[in-house]
Ligand binder design. Structure first.
Ligand SMILES: *Cc1c(COP(=O)(O)O)cnc(C)c1O
Ligand SMILES: [Zn+2]
Length: 422
């Protein structure tokens, strides 16, 4: 089976709990949502997604006075979360990049403005609440950094033990610092992210911990709210919906989550299929299995064993959400493109010039937009949103390397003036 824009609404099966259930995206098997811990289909092992009998319309959200993720509670599997005011991030104008790329409208949705500095908070406010509901004792994730920072923070807030598995030496300093201060146990694995995920998935299968990677279908529900916020904010700013959303891709959880948000709006009758923004994924050249699959038209994504990029948050060779994300890219008329580390750093500088400080992976979206404008795949009359996924301070080393060098001066005014006059 393949996911389509038309398939998010359905009759409640007997397994539903208050109009909510889990469904397998391959075989269609349905399961009760909160009766037992379950990440994948009992019957065929494929990915699960949360389904609702009655997905809400955009107009229903507009009636809410709440801000942030829980503004969209009617579209989520639980009524409230373990929450520290996540979401409601700014949709910035970026005049310099807009003029340079020559698109009709460009906005940047800056997810670095979330409480722990990345969009992962949107997933955790829902996922950690579901974990509480399931009564699990320990939370765990594999992470390129931001998932561990968010889980450590939300786990602390929920007073639950957190275990994070990180690829040794490949996680940016700010992220490890966050996981550490929020009190997670940090296990540095001698392997890459994909190896960390293999191990933690097995720990989860053995019942040692509750898995909060994006394989967890509840986490992606929280991340759906990025798409809902973009539509509301872009319409407030321009009177239109965006034609395209360009986003960095690692495990493709966001790509899957945005597609699901739009499928549910189509099912609710509040968005025409032709008005769904084209989902456009960007990967680093050294870690681009999704781009490969889009370019070759393959049904399945080939796992890359060796991956390398300065954008450590997307240094992933085996995107677990590919079966949910590929149909989204294809059915919305989107595409995927790979960019070099040099192009990523350049885009990071361009964003900084427009006042938006991001970590390298985030800048991949703008680097991808530039590339697709040059090739003509993105047209000049398009209205575009680039997603920037994490804050500049997440990776201070990359920011310092991309920016200006500090200049040593003596501790007196004349000496400083002399230096400035040089
Ligand atoms: C997690 C993360 C990504 C990758 O997102 P996916 O949903 O896994 O594709 C991109 N950028 C940053 C900063 C991240 O933390
Ligand atoms: Zn199945």
């Amino acid at each position: 089976m393949t996911l389509t824009l038309a398939d998010a609404g359905a009759e409640s099966p007997p397994e539903a709990d208050d109009g909510t259930w889990l469904a397998c995206i391959e075989c269609g098997a349905t399961f009760p949502p909160f009766e037992a811990v379950r990440y994948t289909c009992d019957d065929c092992g494929s990915l699960l997604e949360v389904r609702y009998a009655d997905p809400p319309t955009l107009e229903e959200f507009a009636a809410s006075d709440d801000r942030g993720v829980w503004r969209y509670a009617d579209a989520l599997p639980v009524e409230s979360g373990v929450s520290i005011a996540e979401g409601d991030t700014p949709l910035y104008e970026v005049p310099t990049i807009e003029a340079e790329t020559g698109v009709a409208d460009l906005r940047v949705k800056h997810e670095g403005a979330n409480p722990t500095g990345s969009f992962k908070d949107r997933g955790m406010t829902v996922g950690v609440k579901v974990a509480e509901k399931l009564g699990v004792g320990r939370l765990a994730c594999a992470s390129t950094g931001n998932t561990s920072a968010a889980l450590a923070c939300y786990g602390a807030r929920a007073d639950t033990q957190v275990l994070v598995l990180l690829p040794a030496g490949k996680v940016a300093a700010g992220k490890v610092a966050q996981a550490s201060l929020h009190g997670a146990r940090i296990l540095e694995v001698d392997g890459n992210f994909d190896a960390c995920l293999d191990v933690v998935s097995e720990l989860a299968d053995r019942g040692e911990a509750y898995l909060l990677n994006s394989l967890n279908p509840f986490r992606l529900e929280g991340q759906k709210t990025i798409g809902l916020e973009i539509l509301e904010q872009f319409r407030d700013g321009t009177g239109d919906l965006p034609d395209r959303i360009v986003l960095p891709v690692g495990n493709a959880g966001n790509t899957a989550a945005l597609y699901k948000a739009f499928r549910e709006l189509v099912a609710a009758g509040s968005l025409a299929p032709e008005d769904v923004p084209a989902l456009t994924g960007v990967q680093a050249e050294g870690a681009a299995p999704m781009v490969e699959a889009v370019e070759t038209g393959a049904d399945e994504v080939r796992r890359w064993e060796e991956v390398e990029t300065r954008a450590t948050a997307i240094r992933i060779g085996n995107p677990v959400n590919a079966p949910k994300a590929l149909p989204g890219i294809r059915e919305t008329g989107g595409t995927a493109v790979a960019v070099s580390d040099a192009e990523i750093t350049d885009a990071q500088r361009a964003l900084a010039r427009d006042g938006v400080g991001v970590e390298p992976a985030s800048a991949a979206s703008v680097a991808g937009l530039r590339k697709l404008r040059e090739s003509g795949e993105i047209a000049a009359d398009e209205q575009v949103v680039c997603l920037t996924t994490g804050h500049l301070l997440k990776d201070p080393d990359a920011a310092a390397a991309a920016g200006a060098e500090p200049e040593p001066v003596p501790a007196d005014t004349e000496g400083v003036l002399d230096h400035l006059g040089e």
